[in-house]
Design a protein around this ligand. Sequence first.
Ligand code: DC
Length: 216
Amino acid sequence: MTHPLVIAIDGPAASGKSTLARRVAARYGLRFLDTGLVYRATARRLLDAGDDPADGDAARRHAEALVPFDLDHPHLRGEGIGNVASLVASYPEVRAALLPVQGRFAKEPPGSVLAGRDIGTVVCPDADAKVFVTASIEERARRRTAELRGRGEAPIYDRVLEEIMERDRRDGSRTVAPMAVAADAVVIDTTDLGLDGAFNAVREAIDRRLGRTNRR
Ligand code: DC
């Protein structure tokens, strides 16, 4: 029997990795998990319970109590919750609690695409293909500003830029499982690529890694 195919797609905030990973999952007939949602849902539970994001022990309790239903919460996508998620994700005990959930999801047949920060390095170090998607910080801030505007919010570009910088700094410098490019990952810079161009580049990189040629 062939083992479930696992594809890791990592990248910084607002790099487009989740959108690309969702398309990759559809293309290869795999399940999809945006692991940022796992941290966002933990942050949401903590805030809804009135707990303090600076309280690592409370964050660990919410991570341990997380259920799949929490990932369907309608208010997980905003920048505010993203920042709290980034803080909560810096606690080693939170990461330890959430690691097995992601690992189990990855290995379920027929296989999965996981998007995140540490998928290729920590969650699925044996993934069949690893891609690290990035873009310049200005381009990521521009995309995030447009996305927020599309959702009816009134974002200020400079604020969005600052928040993404802060998130890059925290996600890249935490002591456990910091955002990092796996040694065997293909890095794809999407700064000058549209969504279709970026998807094609990611698909080609994965096909190459899987030893497939140009299947449609
Ligand atoms: O990808 P995102 O913006 O939805 O992620 C929100 C936060 O969750 C991110 O700033 C850091 C954390 N995160 C993480 O630490 N590891 C992951 N694999 C995914 C997200």
